[in-house]
Design a protein around this ligand. Structure first.
Ligand SMILES: Nc1ncnc2c1ncn2[C@@H]1O[C@H](COP(=O)(O)OP(=O)(O)OP(=O)(O)O)[C@@H](O)[C@H]1O
Ligand SMILES: [Mg+2]
Length: 464
């Protein structure tokens, strides 16, 4: 049947002919069809890869100029910096792109210079950032149920600013989308290179202890399956990969990590006493990760699943990014509601059990929780920003992270503004973009330093 004549100025959704539409529809789709579609995608992907269009291959970090180093990283006058290098020929001297041109340094070299100034330079200056001795690394989760609010961008830039500041950083990607992993050039083939085996190991150890108790009672133990048995041999060190940043390491993620969302509740059903919310903290602690790093950043998926709950309960500091829009403000309020319900119900269930056994109860606690306005446009959003500030008070971080054209300019390849060469940008755009992320970091560092100082004070009080 020929299609009905449609008037040229009618929108295309009028007068669709049911018979013709049925003829075009094709057979109903079955599960088998997904395999065929996946195979077609794999074929296309290999084709693209063979043409050199594969993304996420090894990344390198740019060099840093004397101007940038003395302006942002080692706060000394340029003349003094040059004199110190001259007097210490063993220190990295940098390389020039042109004869007699400005000196550029790799970030490894910058870190060596920072260490030198920290050792030899004025004690009145902060060449090396504050970290009280003997205290564990601080864990920082960036989370919001709402997607696209700037979680990954905020976490990635904080990790890079902290690294530039001289901290040793571990980034853990808990999002099976793997955006953070691709920012840091991570290579992850399956869930065994993600945090999944750490969760499995934590449960496997719980099950082994349970089995010991069962044996003591003369009951049959529950067997450990292959996954759990294999996980017992995995340590955090097996999962940690180096990145193109000398002081940022990564535990990556990819799609298979999503499997954890199905597996964890199954474990929890069969081992009711398993404290899944301790899995990440306890395995990282046991493997010495919290001594080896200064800060651990956790990027979470836009969902309040088991991985996010693990990330949130492991965190000392929780940052909740949101845009200054009605929709994001509204859904962030609901996110806090969900956090209250989720952690409240875990505490309640634990405390009933604890009371029955005469043990101490469970109360989750964070050093600091802050909402952070991201992608802020002062010309359009000042009113909403002020309203949010009025209602959230000190929970809202005082600094609003501006929208900047520096992010996402590099097309599909996500790049941090700290990774970009400032000569590629309009100077004002660069300085403003950098300022807003430096200020985001400063607001975070204020929390970090305050939380460590509080811990150090408590440790002193305890010791005396
Ligand atoms: N300050 C900013 N200025 C301009 N664009 C930004 C800024 N922060 C984030 N973006 C852009 O906003 C988009 C979403 O950011 P991002 O991926 O960080 O959000 P997300 O919350 O991690 O998303 P998801 O929920 O999918 O994990 C990205 O395209 C990113 O480039
Ligand atoms: Mg993200």
């Amino acid at each position: 049947m020929p299609p009905k004549a449609t008037s040229p100025d009618l929108p295309p959704y009028f007068n669709i002919d049911p018979e013709a539409a049925m003829a075009q529809l094709g057979a109903p789709t079955t599960t088998q069809a997904f395999a065929e579609i996946a195979q077609a995608c794999a074929g296309g992907r290999d084709d693209l890869a063979s043409r050199g269009m594969e993304q996420g291959t090894a990344r390198t970090l740019r060099r840093f100029s004397t101007w940038e180093i003395t302006r942002y990283l080692i706060p000394v006058a340029t003349g003094h910096f040059r004199r110190v290098l001259k007097q210490n020929p063993d220190l990295p001297q940098g390389t020039s792109e042109t004869e007699g041109g400005a000196k550029w340094f790799t970030f490894d070299e910058v870190l060596r210079l920072k260490a030198h100034f920290g050792q030899e330079g004025s004690k009145a200056k902060e060449y090396l950032p504050y970290r009280p001795e003997g205290l564990p690394a601080k864990m920082v989760a960036v989370a919001n149920f709402k997607g696209g609010v700037g979680k990954t961008s905020t976490a990635a830039h904080l990790a890079m600013s902290a690294a530039l500041d001289g901290y040793k950083v571990l980034v853990i990607d808990l999002d099976s989308q793997g955006s953070m992993t691709s920012i840091f050039g991570g290579q992850v083939t399956d869930e065994w290179q993600t945090v999944f085996p750490l969760m499995a190991r934590h449960y496997a150890r719980h099950l082994r202890r349970e089995n010991q108790r069962r044996l003591d009672r003369g009951e049959a133990p529950a067997p450990l399956d292959d996954t759990l048995t294999d996980a017992l041999d995995v340590t955090a060190q097996d999962l940690i990969q180096a990145t193109h940043w000398p002081n940022i390491d990564l535990i990556g993620a990819q799609l298979n990590l999503y499997w954890a969302e199905f597996q964890i509740p199954v474990w929890r059903m069969s081992g009711r006493g398993w404290k899944l919310w301790d899995a990440l903290t306890e395995t990282l602690q046991a493997d010495g990760v919290l001594d080896a790093y200064d800060i651990v950043f956790l990027d979470t998926p836009p969902a309040l699943g088991y991985l996010t709950i693990n990330g949130l309960s492991a965190a000392d500091i929780l940052l909740v990014p949101l845009g200054a829009s009605f929709l994001e403000f509204d859904s962030t309020g609901r996110f806090f509601d969900m956090l209250h319900a989720t952690f409240g119900s875990i505490e309640e269930a634990e405390n009933i059990a604890a009371r029955a056994l005469g043990r101490a109860g469970l109360q989750f606690e964070w050093d600091a929780v802050r909402a952070v306005i991201t992608r802020y446009d002062g010309t359009q959003q000042a009113e909403l920003g002020a309203l949010m500030q009025a209602y959230l008070g000190s929970v809202l971080s005082p600094h609003r992270q501006d929208f900047t054209a520096l992010i996402g300019q590099a097309g599909e390849q996500v790049q941090g503004i700290y990774e970009a060469d400032y000569r590629d940008f309009n100077r004002e755009t660069y300085v403003r973009g950098r300022e807003t992320f430096d200020a985001t970091y400063a607001a975070f560092k204020q929390l970090l330093v305050g939380a460590w100082a509080r811990d150090a004070t408590h440790a002193l009080e305890k010791a005396s």
